[in-house]
Design a protein around this ligand. Structure first.
Ligand SMILES: [Zn+2]
Ligand SMILES: [Zn+2]
Length: 325
């Protein structure tokens, strides 16, 4: 019985085949048979030469072997196959193009096995997996648009206090997170609070840590309106349980005459308390100081202070308000 795959032409030289049940013509078959199969024995090479082989592209490897694809020995073919696997390009499912795995998410490594005296193949997940997760997280975080502009590189540090804020924020990304600390910047609008907090969140997202952005007043208004809705608990849980929550403008607008409503205080207590008890990183920007928050509610203020005390900066006075100058 036939298997039904017939070649009309030799796959090596392209010449028409007399019998349509072969891959190679007679000449090519003989040529391949006559090839010195002992030319490249990898165990006879130096470590340096083997390192070079690992670095070669599939085409460079054929050049090095002075052979075409059909002439490779089994040993050489195994090496070639890894190279062509890695080089094989696939279409990206998101906007990210990875030049390491060519969007396959897996990479094969050639590793020399000293005991077996052969190249073995190791399969690993590509590093871009983390980046791809981060990109999805950025979309979900609510910061997709601002994250491009609010980077640490673009944070102005002309003044000493700006340098201090940046240093503190970078230290928080590096160490504060590991120590389960919180971060808080308070002060006038226009002092770069949002920029700095967003830059922190950006770094965390690129480390593939799930973060959520919360614009305090608009989200609280929405929540207060759906208290009796079944979706309320889901929405609250999202804010309570996310790995990192960035609250932008906590208790805004608060002034001498506008105090937070009972509903707002209840939501704040619920979120802050849950995150405090479960040691979940929280980043807060607000126009009011920690003393003001304590005056509004001592329990909330106390918890925030306890978690933020190493990473709390209050920016005061118009001289520090660089956007206004
Ligand atoms: Zn041929
Ligand atoms: Zn990749």
């Amino acid at each position: 019985m036939d298997i039904g795959i017939y070649m009309k032409n030799c796959i090596r030289c392209g010449k028409a085949l007399p019998k349509a049940n072969d891959w190679l013509c007679k000449e090519c078959k003989e040529h391949i048979k006559s090839i010195d199969k002992t030319i490249k024995k990898f165990h006879k090479l130096s470590d340096k030469e083997r390192e070079n082989i690992v670095k070669m592209s599939s085409e460079e490897f054929l050049d090095y072997c002075k052979k075409d694809f059909f002439e490779l020995t089994n040993e050489e073919y195994d090496v070639y196959a890894v190279k062509s696997y890695n080089e094989n390009k696939e279409k990206s499912n998101d906007q990210y193009n990875c030049s390491i795995c060519n969007n396959k998410l897996y990479v094969q490594d050639l590793i020399w096995d000293n005991e077996k005296n052969i190249f073995v193949v190791d399969h690993r997940q590509c590093e871009c997996r983390k980046v791809r997760i981060s990109l999805q997280l950025i979309k979900k975080s609510g910061l997709e648009r601002t994250i491009r502009d609010y980077t640490f590189d673009k944070f102005t540090t002309k003044e000493k206090w700006q340098k201090e804020i940046k240093e503190k924020a970078l230290d928080f990304v590096e160490n504060g997170i590991k120590q389960e600390k919180w971060f808080m910047l308070s002060g006038n609008s226009g002092s770069g609070k949002s920029h700095c907090c967003t830059a922190i969140v950006r770094e965390l997202l690129y480390k593939a840590i799930p973060c959520r952005y919360m614009v305090w007043d608009s989200e609280i208004t929405e929540l207060n309106a759906i208290v009796n809705d079944p979706i309320f608990a889901t929405r609250m849980n999202e804010l309570k349980k996310i790995d990192v929550l960035y609250i932008d403008d906590l208790f805004k607008p608060v002034s001498l005459n506008i105090k937070p409503t009972q509903g707002e205080l209840k939501r704040a207590k619920d979120i802050i308390d849950y995150r405090y008890r479960n040691k979940l990183t929280t980043i807060i920007s607000t126009e009011i100081s920690i003393e003001d928050i304590c005056a509004i509610d001592e329990a909330i203020g106390g918890r925030i202070y306890e978690m933020c005390k190493d990473y709390y900066i209050h920016i005061s006075g118009t001289d520090k308000n660089y956007r206004l100058r």
